[in-house]
Design a protein around this ligand. Structure first.
Ligand code: NAI
Length: 337
């Protein structure tokens, strides 16, 4: 049995990884701590590390893992913006789960939109208190409105199909348009100007950081609804909060937040939140924040556990690593970073 250690464990992770670990021949020790430069030393004596979206896998963390004998990090997620690949190059392999359920994330994005537009969150609270008033609960028909989708990869394309099912006119922006899909592509500026709703489905990179900023919000329609299930830093949150206060933006459904690491996945109900922007956003009646939960379906958790352990087995069996993310990788079809 190969011993692997698992950071930032939640009870639902353990359930699904325990189900698969023997099949793949692993013994897993689950740590509650997130992986960072202080906790990396806990990996001493293990043969691999399993990490997640809010771990801090910077140069210092990588050096400490390397000094403690770790040669592979298996990300149990699709995104990898929290890893310093230059630091990992030639030292530690990084594998991920590129595709576990695009439906989980796309369906959550639509759930955020439907909840916001039809004020389900407010209605739920009202009827719990036997308040059956409809004042302030007016929404709009999605049918015939324009949905702007940013990023038409696996999740974006499922979201396009769901949107079309609602009778939305879909336009999209992606620097690498999908060849086979029946999607009307426009420039990012046009998308900002023409959309009633904008949903983000692109990765966080140097180019996409603050893609939605003050300047682009100004170009948008008054009352635009913004949905973000991708990464928090795609949006300048301060600019978003100001635009919501000024009633320029009519609603925001946020499953991610640029400074989420300290808060998301944790019970902070007894703490004073020291982040005024997050508190401000949460306090708005037309903002819904979920705690990076878009992936959280049974199907996705099952696929995440199976593919993560499969990736590790491939590494130990010295097989080709189909899900490796490479920096300066020379082999064809690699996920070059
Ligand atoms: P993907 O790699 O299949 O698609 C990403 C698309 O974004 C590609 O078509 C790419 O060309 C496009 N893109 C790249 N740069 C762009 C830019 N500057 N502007 C517009 N589009 C751009 O990725 P997938 O699986 O669809 O995931 C999308 C994102 O969803 C991930 O990067 C991740 O951040 C997020 N995600 C969030 C989850 C959650 O639980 N909230 C779970 C899984 C993924």
């Amino acid at each position: 049995m190969r011993r692997i250690c698992f950071y930032d464990t939640k009870q639902y992770d353990k359930l699904y990884f325990d189900y698969y670990k023997e099949k793949f021949g692993f013994e897993i020790d689950y740590f509650e701590s997130k992986l960072n430069s202080n906790t990396a030393v806990m990996a001493r004596g293990y043969e691999a590390v399993v990490a997640f979206v809010n771990d801090t896998i910077d140069a210092q963390t990588i050096d400490t893992l390397y000094d403690n004998g770790i040669r592979i990090i298996a990300m149990r997620c699709a995104g990898y913006n929290n890893i310093d690949f230059k630091a990992a190059f030639d030292k530690i392999h990084v594998v991920r789960v590129p595709d576990y359920s695009p439906y989980a994330v796309a369906e959550h994005a639509m759930a955020l939109l439907l909840t916001l537009n039809r004020k389900i969150h407010r209605a739920y609270n009202r009827t719990k208190e036997h308040n059956f008033s409809l004042n302030g609960l007016i929404g709009f028909d999605l049918h015939g409105k324009t949905m702007g989708v940013v990023g038409t990869g696996k999740i974006g394309r499922v979201f396009v199909d769901i949107s079309k099912g609602f009778g939305l006119n879909v336009i999209a922006y992606d620097p690498y348009p999908a060849e086979i899909a029946d999607i009307k592509y426009v420039s990012f500026d046009e998308l900002c100007e023409e959309s009633d709703i904008i949903s983000l489905h692109c990765p966080l990179t140097k180019e996409t950081r603050y893609l939605i900023d003050k300047k682009h919000i100004e170009r948008m329609k008054n009352g635009v609804i913004i949905i973000n299930t991708s990464r928090g830093a795609l949006i300048n949150s301060e600019a978003l909060l100001s635009a919501i206060k000024e009633e320029k933006v009519g609603g925001a459904g946020l499953d991610v937040y640029e400074e989420e690491t300290e808060f998301f996945y944790e019970d902070k109900s007894y703490s004073i939140i020291q982040d005024d922007i997050l508190s401000g956003l949460i306090s708005m009646p037309n903002v819904i924040v979920t705690s990076h939960q878009a992936f959280l379906t049974k199907e996705a958790l099952n696929n995440i556990a199976e593919i993560t352990l499969w990736n590790l087995k491939d590494y130990f069996d010295e097989n080709f690593l189909v899900n490796e993310i490479c920096y300066q990788c020379v082999r064809p079809n690699a996920n070059r970073h």
